[in-house]
Design a protein around this ligand. Structure first.
Ligand code: G6P
Length: 609
């Protein structure tokens, strides 16, 4: 999830582009760069790290002129470095990109066979070379970009300059956002509204599969197939703070709603739809090593630990390997029996958590193979591991993790299927069921998220409770524990997540008419037993909220409140059951007026033991 900004008009645009990038830094910030046409040629300045570094580089090498394009990067392919920073240049072309090119390996191989030399490890540079090839064949920039994108599969928003056409920017989009801002004799573009809101409130949103020619006089939009598009501009009424959160009240709520996209991006380019398999190069452990694994050992903290609890079910069920799951801070104080034959999966959204890093080192010292599962490219945990599997959730700003959590669940499905296939224990039919189910998950998630209002109503009813109990069995157990963690993190209400079968061994003593009990009970093989637990809670006057599968009349007759969920494969219900619990926690906290995005005493990245 990178940020793009562009300007074409009479002003010298260096400062304006930096200003736009500053407002896009929330989209990613490991490197940044500008390309500006100075009237004769395109000049590029890039630097690694925060935007301040680019500002310092521009002091030494100022860029004057227009048009110009800028980019702030959140790495997905190729580590954060100056050579991997955008804009990427090929001949007279400079290009910035946000998204993931799925067929990058195939395209890169083709271009190399044609003698193209690459100067970065990015998927983006491929697109720059593809456009340049079309320009060399005699096409104008607009047509060249159209032709180049015809062979590109994946998600992209691109903005492109050409040395010989100094009055224009060409932009195009598929699945990644782009907005166009219309000024007086000047035109802007950006990944998101806040970047250009100080300059204009008149905007046109580019839709999937569209390409636009931006000049100082305005914009001409066509589809990638060449059909003309007439779209009326909108007037944006948000203030700057609302715009940064896409109109949501908090980053957390925005990130909850970004989950379908985070899952799509995490799966993008990693599934072979013909063989119903996982593409080898995408998992961070090669096929031979995967076939040799004897046990999978997850280590993690906090929300990542809850994702790991689900990972254990997946690995056991889909790969037939024994799997275990350990809090990183506990592993390091034991004499863990871990070593050769173990695949230790260090799960961490930040990739920096010190406890997880310490546990990783302990396991590595004992001879285990280490796979990092992280959201931040080239962070400490991936650097210390033998290989990495990245989630592509984009930067998460709310301290309480939401989209990184479900993206971790998605990465774990890919890992479990991969291990099952390489060990020849997972049939193609079952792999197809699971992967097809995964491809449908984002749609089912959107269905749940569209019922946001009913969760707000439920939260209003429960906001004054002093303590909550969350119950679940099987794959719903990690979700119950994570639901309780979300609530306590941001609303400061005490909450416990318990395996439903353990309720009778303690928590049942707490149940009375003041105690809300949230029961996660989709229709799966644990359903009947959890239904008995629900009855036990009711018999003790507990206030119950059940999450159940649509059409489940039995639950409706017992629970005080039911939130109905769309049906998915029994193994994949956590993707769906997580969402109402996140929204419940969010709305309870918001009613209480807490600082949702930065709850007291908590930090996003914990680098102390
Ligand atoms: C902190 C964050 C949690 C996160 C945990 C582990 O406590 O507030 O949201 O789950 O660290 O972080 P990691 O980056 O390793 O996933």
């Amino acid at each position: 999830m990178c940020g793009i900004v562009g300007y074409v008009g009479p002003k010298s645009c260096g400062d304006l582009l930096v200003d736009g990038l500053r407002r896009l830094e929330y989209r990613g910030y490991d490197s940044a760069g500008l390309a500006v046409h100075d009237g004769k040629e395109i000049r590029v300045v890039r630097s690694v790290g925060k935007l301040g570094n680019l500002v310092s580089a521009l002091k030494e090498r100022p860029l004057a002129g227009a048009p110009g394009i800028g980019h702030t990067r959140w790495a997905t392919h190729g580590r954060p470095s100056e050579t991997n920073a955008h804009p990427h240049v090929a001949g007279g072309i400079a290009l910035v990109h946000n998204g993931i090119i799925e067929n990058h390996l195939h395209l890169k191989r083709q271009l190399m066979e044609q003698g193209v030399k690459f100067s970065s490890d990015t998927d983006t540079e491929i697109v720059a070379h593809l456009v340049e090839r079309e320009v060399r064949a005699g096409h104008k920039l607009l047509e060249a970009v159209r032709r180049a994108l015809a062979v590109v599969e994946g998600a992209y928003a691109v903005a492109v300059l050409h040395k010989d056409e100094p009055d224009r920017i060409v932009i195009a989009k598929n699945a990644s956002p782009l907005v166009i801002g219309l000024g007086e004799g000047e035109t802007y573009c950006a990944s998101d509204i806040p970047a250009i809101l100080p300059y204009t409130r008149t905007m046109v949103l580019l839709e999937e599969g569209e390409i636009a020619l931006l000049t100082a006089g305005g914009v001409e939009i066509t589809t990638l197939k060449g059909e003309r598009v007439d779209r009326k501009p909108k007037t944006i009424t948000w203030n700057a703070a609302q715009a940064e959160k896409s109109g949501y009240k908090h980053f957390m709520l925005k990130e909850i709603h970004e989950q379908p996209r985070a899952i799509e991006d995490t799966m993008r380019g990693r599934i072979d739809l013909e063989k119903w398999d996982i593409i080898d190069s995408e998992i961070g452990i090669d096929a031979a090593a995967a076939a040799d694994v004897k046990r999978v050992y997850f280590i993690a903290c906090g929300t990542s630990f809850h994702a790991s609890l689900f990972g254990r079910y997946l690995v056991e069920s889909l790969s037939g390997l024994p799997a275990t799951c350990e809090l990183a801070s506990e592993l390091v104080v034991r004499d863990p029996v871990v070593g050769p034959g173990d695949l230790v999966v260090a799960v961490s959204q930040s990739g920096e958590t010190i406890d997880t890093l310490a546990a990783l080192k302990a396991a590595k010292d004992r001879g285990a193979r280490i796979l990092a599962l992280a959201n931040v490219l080239d962070s400490a945990i991936p650097r210390a591991a033998h290989g990495s599997l990245y989630t592509h959730a984009g930067p998460e700003i709310g301290v309480a993790s939401t989209k990184c959590f479900t993206a971790q669940l998605a990465a774990m499905v890919l890992l479990a299927v991969y291990l099952g296939r390489r060990r020849n224990v997972l049939s193609t039919d079952r792999a197809r069921e699971v992967l097809q189910g995964m491809l449908e998950v984002p749609h089912r998630m959107r269905d749940v998220l569209s019922q946001d209002d009913s969760l707000r109503d439920l939260a209003r009813k429960f906001q004054h409770a002093k303590s909550f109990l969350f119950l679940g069995r099987g794959v719903s157990f990690p979700i119950a524990v994570e639901g309780a963690l979300k609530l306590k993190e941001i609303s400061y209400i005490h909450a416990e997540g318990y395996a439903a079968g353990e309720m009778k061994h303690g928590p049942i003593a707490l149940i009375d008419e003041n105690m809300p009990v949230v029961v996660v009970m989709p229709r799966d093989r644990t359903y009947e037993k959890t239904l008995s637990n629900l009855q036990e809670v009711k018999a003790r006057e507990g206030r119950t909220l059940a999450l159940a599968t649509r059409g489940d009349a039995e639950v409706g007759a017992i629970a005080d409140h039911v939130f109905y969920l769309p049906k998915v494969d029994a193994m994949l219900t956590p993707f769906i059951t997580s969402l109402p619990l996140q929204l419940l926690a969010y709305y309870v906290a918001d009613f209480k007026g807490t600082d949702v995005d930065q709850p007291r005493n908590l930090a996003k990245t914990v680098t102390v033991e």
